[in-house]
Design a binder for this molecule. Structure first.
Ligand code: THU
Length: 141
């Protein structure tokens, strides 16, 4: 895999995800999550989950980071870093895979962090095979 940053930078991005995670508002699940996006222009955005007393209204970390990215005018994600609590890698939920797909492609790397190290890298294509996307909506009927 041709990753556009070195080990130290990768660790730094895990740490940024940890910082985001530590700002999570997760009083109901007690499952804080942090996410970092790197765009094709090398810009970096982070987000955390934001829960709500009306539980279905909670927002995932990835969605928060996507909001920040779109606000900044960026549209293409090359890398995602996700970190949850504890010693297990936290993979993006199904809804977030779809939200990420909107601004990604099958080669977008998803770095699953545990603390400040990457435990595993998977592609979004592996996480969301046969994805439904913009082209499916815009294709002629
Ligand atoms: N969560 C995320 O923020 N991202 C994911 O991809 C998985 C789940 C959050 C949602 C909820 O606030 C908590 O983790 C437990 O599901």
């Amino acid at each position: 895999m041709d990753i556009p940053f070195n080990d130290a930078e990768q660790k730094q991005l895990c740490r940024l995800a940890l910082e985001a995670r530590d700002q999570a508002y997760a009083p109901y699940s007690h499952h804080p999550v942090g996410a970092v996006l790197r765009t094709e222009n090398g810009q970096i955005f982070s987000g955390c989950n934001v829960e709500n007393a009306a539980h279905p209204l909670g927002q995932c970390a990835e969605a928060s980071a996507i909001g920040a990215m779109v606000r900044a005018g960026e549209r293409r994600i090359t890398d995602v870093f996700v970190v949850g609590p504890g010693p297990h890698a936290c993979t993006p939920c199904g809804g977030c895979r779809q939200k990420l797909w909107e601004f990604s492609d099958a080669n977008t790397r998803v770095h699953l962090c545990v603390d400040d190290r990457v435990e595993r890298i998977v592609t979004l294509g592996e996480l969301l095979p046969a994805a439904f996307g913009r082209a499916d909506v815009e294709r002629d009927p």
